[in-house]
Design a protein around this ligand. Structure first.
Ligand SMILES: Cc1cc2nc3c(=O)[nH]c(=O)nc-3n(C[C@H](O)[C@H](O)[C@H](O)COP(=O)(O)O)c2cc1C
Length: 207
C-alpha cells in the first residue's frame, strides 16, 4: 500500500478470526519493528511471540486478579468503567498471537559521564523522558504498520501492564522486562480507514 494510505488504514483491531499467524509473517513484522530508532542505537528489545493459549489464559487471569485487587469495591457507574477497563486490558487473550515487547536497561553515551556523579542511569533516563519507552513506541508503530500491510490486524495493549510483574514471571525474560503487548491476528471486522487528520489544531510553528 502507498505509505500515506497505509498510515490511514492502520486501525486498532480487537476481533480476530481463529486463523493462526504464520511464523514468516511474525518474522516480517518483527523485522519491521527492529528497524526503529533507539537511544544510542542500543536496540534494547526482545520480542516474545506467544501462541500458547494456556500462557495467554494465565496472563489474562493475572491481569483480572490485579485489577480486582486495585479496585476492590467498584459499584454503580464506576462498575461500568471497571468492566470496560477489564475488557480492554485483557483483549489480548482473544487473539491467536501476542507479541510481548520486552526491554532491558540500555547504555547511552551520557552513561559514561555518570561515574563519580550524583546521577544514576535511572535518574538521567527519567530526565530524558525515558528514551527506551519512546523507542518502544517507534518499534510498535512499525510493527502495526507492517501488520496492516500484510493484511493482519492488531491492538496495542498497555492496560495489561498493571500485572507486568506477573507477566514477567510467565515470560521468563530475565533482565528483559515487559514494556508493552501487541495482539495480532486476521481481522474479523475491517475498520474504516482514518480520515486525514486536521493538522491545524495540533501544529504550532515558531518562526
Ligand atoms: C500506548 C497505547 C496503549 C493502548 N492500550 C490499549 C489497551 O490496553 N487496550 C485496548 O483495547 N486498546 C489500547 N490501545 C488502542 C487505542 O485505544 C487506539 O489506538 C485508539 O482508540 C485509536 O484507534 P486506532 O488505533 O484505530 O487509530 C492503546 C493504544 C496505544 C497507542
Amino acid at each position: 500500500m502507498e505509505f500515506f494510505e497505509l498510515l490511514r488504514h492502520r486501525r486498532t483491531v480487537r476481533q480476530f478470526t481463529a486463523d493462526a499467524v504464520p511464523q514468516d509473517v511474525v518474522v516480517k513484522i518483527v523485522q519491521a519493528g527492529l528497524t526503529a530508532p533507539s537511544p544510542n542505537d542500543s536496540h534494547p528489545w526482545k520480542i516474545v511471540a506467544i501462541r500458547n493459549q494456556s500462557v495467554l489464559r494465565e496472563m489474562r487471569g493475572a491481569v483480572e486478579k490485579k485489577l480486582d485487587g486495585l479496585f476492590p469495591k467498584v459499584s454503580g457507574e464506576k462498575k461500568v468503567s471497571f468492566d470496560k477497563v477489564k475488557t480492554f486490558s485483557t483483549i489480548f487473550a482473544q487473539a491467536p498471537l501476542v507479541l510481548a515487547v520486552l526491554t532491558r536497561s540500555y547504555r547511552a553515551v551520557v552513561d559514561e559521564l555518570l561515574e563519580g556523579s550524583v546521577l544514576t542511569h535511572d535518574q538521567i533516563n527519567v530526565l530524558r523522558k525515558n528514551p527506551d519507552v519512546q523507542a518502544t513506541g517507534a518499534l510498535v508503530q512499525n510493527m502495526l504498520l507492517a501488520a496492516t500491510e500484510l493484511g493482519y490486524g492488531a491492538v496495542w495493549v498497555s492496560g495489561a501492564l498493571v500485572a507486568s510483574e506477573q507477566i514477567d514471571g510467565l515470560l521468563k525474560g530475565g533482565e528483559y522486562k515487559v514494556q508493552t503487548l501487541v495482539a495480532l491476528g486476521k481481522p474479523a471486522v475491517t475498520p474504516q480507514p482514518r480520515p486525514t487528520p486536521e493538522v491545524k489544531e495540533y501544529l504550532q510553528t515558531l518562526d
